[in-house]
Ligand binder design. Structure first.
Ligand code: PXL
Length: 254
């Protein structure tokens, strides 16, 4: 199950999550939190869904098609985060929280108050949090540039209550190094950096692939390794659609 916003261009948001789930052989369900007007050039409008409508979708799905794993993407407002977090207290399956804050084009997908809701309400319910360096910096009020700072941020976010934290270092030098902290040790996941501007939806696809892998019974380490391979190939081959920041190739092998 994904709890996320809609990207009508199909490269990010819940559409990217569902395509990624499907490619991993997993049945996908989606709870819509917000709508965007968007193509590969820009996000030109964002509209959040009424909180009661979000929780009604969630209750309808969870009661009838109990997920084996779930993720969150763009949640839009503090009130939606609080409502999702309240439901997440009863989740008996792992929840991957991708703390989406801004789109690749710089459009805000969350309001200011939402950062403290994330910290206080949702992060404590997360099996895994997957911030990029900018999101990690906003959550911790620290600079997150170097690998040392990524490790520091991962342990600060762990202390907020997430059971595992993966700080993503994409776009750093010529390596894409991610740092995982599970409360005991740090693990580094390295991948060659791919020189491309076609990165629309990469964060969504990575967290969706990890979620699908968890649903398929992989350990967290294996789930991340496999998801990293998937996103690397998907970025490398590219979808070839759109004339702006292009989406990845969802047909890549897993
Ligand atoms: O990639 C972050 C993201 C998540 N969710 C929605 C988006 C985007 C980026 O554009 O539009 C709906």
């Amino acid at each position: 199950m994904t709890i996320a916003g809609s990207d009508p261009s199909g490269g990010a948001g819940l559409q990217a999550d569902l395509k990624t789930f499907h490619q991993h052989g997993v049945y996908g369900t989606s709870i819509v939190t917000l709508l965007t007007v968007q193509n590969t050039h820009a996000v030109s409008a964002v509209q959040t869904i009424d909180i009661d409508f979000v929780t009604a979708q969630l209750d309808a799905v969870v009661s009838d098609l109990p997920p084996t794993a779930a993720k969150t993407g763009a949640l839009g407002s503090a009130a939606i985060i609080d409502a999702v977090a309240a439901r997440a207290a009863d989740f008996v399956f792992p929840l991957v929280v991708d703390p989406v804050m801004i789109s690749k084009h710089g459009a805000s997908l969350i309001d200011k108050k939402a950062i403290s809701s994330l910290r206080d309400q949702l992060i404590p319910k997360a099996f895994l949090l997957t911030p990029n360096r900018l999101e990690a910096a906003r959550l911790t009020d620290q600079n997150v540039v170097t690998i040392d700072q990524m490790m520091q941020a991962a342990s600060t976010i762990f202390a907020m209550g997430a059971r595992n934290v993966l700080v993503k270092g994409g776009g750093m030098n010529d390596q894409a190094v991610d740092v995982l902290y599970d409360g005991k040790r740090f693990s580094l996941f390295e991948a060659e950096r791919i020189d491309t501007v076609h990165t629309h939806g990469t964060g969504c696809v990575l967290s969706a692939a990890i979620t699908a892998n968890l649903a398929n019974g992989l350990t967290l380490t294996k789930a991340i390794e496999s998801a990293k391979r998937f996103i690397s190939t998907a970025i490398q081959s590219g979808s070839g659609v759109g004339n702006g920041i292009r989406p990845v190739d969802f047909h890549s092998p897993i």
